[in-house]
Design a protein. Structure first.
Length: 511
C-alpha cells in the first residue's frame, strides 16, 4: 500500500487539462478546509444548544430534516450532476433550463412538505405527544426549499468548473451566521422553533450571497426541450439512487422516532450526526471534486481504474483516521461537552462510526459509478441497505434490543452495502481489496488499542476528560502518522512549488 496522494491528477497534455488539474488540487484544499471549519462551528453550536434545549428538540429537528431531505431526494432531477457531466453544461439555454427546473422543484417541495405536516405529526404524536409540534415546524422549515429553489444558476456552473473557493467562503459565511442566530434564538426562546427560524434565515442568506458573491449572468425562465430531455435522461437513475440513498441514510431516525421515546432518539441523533461527519467529508469531496474530476478525465481518455487508484488511498486514510478518533474519544467527549442526559451517546457513537467507515467506501465507489454512467448501481447499494435494515428490524423489535442494538443494526447494514458496492466495482476493474483490508485492520487495531488504554490504564482513565481526549488523540495520531505523512507531504511540497513540474508525481504507484 502506498497512500502517497492528495486528489492527484494525470499528467497534463494541454493548457485546459493543466488548468483543470490545478483547480482540482485547489478545490480539494478548499473543500477540506471549509468542511473542517464548518464542522467546528456546527459542533460548537450543537454543544450550546444541548445545554439550552430539551433532548426532544433534537429528535424533532431530526424528523424535520429527514422529511425535507427525503422530499428533496425524492424529487432529485440530478441538476448539478447534469450540468457537470453534460457537454452542453456551459450553454445559456441548458443552464436556464436547469435553473427553471430548480425553481419549479423548490416550489413543489415547499407545498408538499406543508401538506404532509399534519399527517406526520399525528403519526409520530401517537408515540410521543411532543411530536405534535411537527404540525408547525415542518411548514416553517419547508420555506427553505422555496428559497433555495431561486439560488443563482452560477452555483451549478461553479460545480462544473470546480471554482470552489468562492462557494466555500459563501457556505462558511452562511454557517457562521446560522450558528450565531440559532444559539441566540435558543437562548432567548428556549424553544425548538429557534432552530427552524434559523434554518429559514440561513437559506435566505445563502440565496442572496449566490447572486452577490458569484459572477452573475442573466437568468431567464425557459424550458428548452432538448435540454429537458437530456437532464431527465441522465437524472432518471439519479432520482432513484438519491431516493434510496436518503432512505438508507435517514431510515434509522425516521423509524426509531416511532419506536422509542423522543428523548432517547434525540440523544441517538446527536451521536449519529457526529458519526456522519466522516461520511459528510467524503461525500462532499465526491460531489465537488472527485466526480467532476472523474468525468473530465474519462473525457480525456484516462482509464477509470487509473483515476480511481489515484484517489482511493488518501480518501481511505483520512476516513479511517477520523473514524478512529470518534471511536476512541466518544465517551470522554460526551463526558466533557454534554451533561449526564447525553451520556448514552458515548455508547452509540463508536458503533455508528464503524458503520460510517463502511459508508465511506460507498461514497468512493458512487463517484466512479456516476462518472461512468452506472448511476443505477448507486441505487442498488441503497436498496441493499434498505432490505438489510427491514430484515433486521424484526428481531430488533421482537427481542427488544433497544437503541444500542439499533445502532448495531445500522452499522451492519452499512457493512453489507459496502460489500455489494465493492463487488460492483470489480465489474469495472476496480480491484482494491488489499488497501481496503489494510485500512479496516488499521481501524480495528487503533480503536482497540485506544479503548484498551482508556478503560484499563488507570493513569489515563482517572484523568479529566479533556486530558484523556488529548492523550487518545495523540496516540491515534502517532499510530497513523506514517500514512498521514505519506498523504500530506506531497500536498505540502506541491504548495511550496517543489513538484509543479510533474502533477502526476503526487499520485501513488499502483500497490
Amino acid at each position: 500500500m502506498d497512500p502517497q496522494a492528495s486528489i492527484p491528477l494525470p499528467e497534463s497534455t494541454g493548457p485546459d487539462r493543466a488548468a483543470f488539474s490545478a483547480r482540482a488540487r485547489a478545490g480539494t484544499g478548499w473543500v477540506v478546509a471549509g468542511f473542517g471549519i464548518g464542522q467546528a462551528l456546527r459542533l460548537a453550536a450543537n454543544i450550546a444548544l444541548a445545554a439550552l434545549l430539551f433532548e426532544e428538540a433534537f429528535a424533532l429537528m431530526a424528523i424535520v430534516a429527514a422529511v425535507m431531505q427525503g422530499l428533496s431526494m425524492f424529487s432529485d432531477l440530478g441538476l448539478q450532476p447534469s450540468v457537470v457531466q453534460n457537454c452542453r453544461g456551459d450553454e445559456p439555454d441548458f443552464l436556464n433550463t436547469a435553473w427553471t427546473l430548480q425553481v419549479i422543484r423548490g416550489a413543489v417541495l415547499c407545498l408538499t412538505a406543508a401538506l404532509l405536516a399534519w399527517p406526520l405529526a399525528t403519526l409520530y404524536g401517537a408515540n410521543d405527544p411532543m411530536a405534535l409540534e411537527l404540525r408547525w415546524l415542518i411548514p416553517l422549515v419547508a420555506l427553505t426549499a422555496l428559497i433555495d429553489g431561486v439560488q443563482s444558476s452560477r452555483m451549478l456552473s461553479a460545480a462544473r468548473q470546480m471554482q470552489l473557493g468562492t462557494v466555500t467562503r459563501l457556505e462558511l459565511l452562511v454557517q457562521m451566521c446560522n450558528a450565531i442566530v440559532m444559539v441566540g434564538l435558543a437562548w432567548l426562546t428556549r424553544s425548538v422553533y429557534a432552530l427552524a427560524i434559523a434554518a429559514v434565515l440561513a437559506a435566505g442568506l445563502r440565496t442572496f450571497l449566490s447572486y452577490w458573491m458569484l459572477p452573475n449572468r442573466a437568468h431567464r425562465l425557459m424550458l428548452d426541450p432538448a435540454s429537458v430531455r437530456e437532464i431527465f435522461s441522465f437524472g432518471k437513475w439519479i432520482f432513484l439512487s438519491t431516493l434510496l440513498s436518503f432512505l438508507a441514510l435517514q431510515i434509522d431516525r425516521l423509524v426509531f422516532a416511532g419506536l422509542f421515546p423522543l428523548a432517547e432518539v434525540g440523544v441517538y441523533s446527536i451521536a449519529a450526526s457526529l458519526a456522519l461527519m466522516v461520511s459528510a467529508l467524503i461525500g462532499t469531496l465526491q460531489t465537488k471534486v472527485i466526480f467532476p474530476w472523474y468525468a473530465r478525465m474519462l473525457d480525456e481518455g484516462v482509464g477509470l481504474d487509473e483515476a480511481f487508484r489515484r484517489t482511493r488511498a488518501p480518501v481511505l486514510v483520512v476516513s479511517t483516521y477520523m473514524a478512529t478518533l470518534l471511536i476512541v474519544g466518544a465517551t470522554s467527549f460526551f463526558e466533557l461537552a454534554y451533561d449526564h442526559r447525553y451520556a448514552q451517546a458515548g455508547v452509540f457513537l463508536p458503533i455508528l462510526a464503524v458503520g460510517v467507515w463502511f459508508g465511506c467506501l460507498e461514497n468512493m465507489y458512487g463517484a466512479a459509478f456516476l462518472a461512468t454512467g452506472h448511476s443505477r448501481w448507486v441505487a442498488v447499494g441503497g436498496a441493499v441497505k434498505l432490505f438489510c435494515f427491514a430484515s433486521l428490524l424484526v428481531p430488533l423489535m421482537v427481542w427488544d434490543w433497544g437503541l444500542t442494538g439499533a445502532a448495531v443494526v445500522v452499522a451492519t447494514c452499512e457493512m453489507v452495502r459496502a460489500m455489494v458496492n465493492q463487488y460492483l466495482g470489480r465489474q469495472l476493474g476496480l480491484r482494491n481489496l488489499r488497501i481496503e483490508s489494510a485500512m479496516l485492520f488499521m481501524l480495528l487495531l487503533a480503536s482497540g488499542l485506544g479503548l484498551l488504554v482508556v478503560e484499563h490504564v488507570p493513569l489515563v482513565a482517572e484523568q479529566h476528560p479533556s486530558i484523556r481526549l488529548l492523550i487518545l488523540g495523540s496516540l491515534v495520531t502517532l499510530l497513523f502518522s506514517p500514512v498521514l505523512v505519506r498523504v500530506g507531504l506531497p500536498i505540502l511540497r506541491y504548495r511550496a512549488g517543489k513538484s509543479d513540474a510533474d502533477p502526476a508525481s503526487l499520485s501513488a504507484p499502483h500497490p
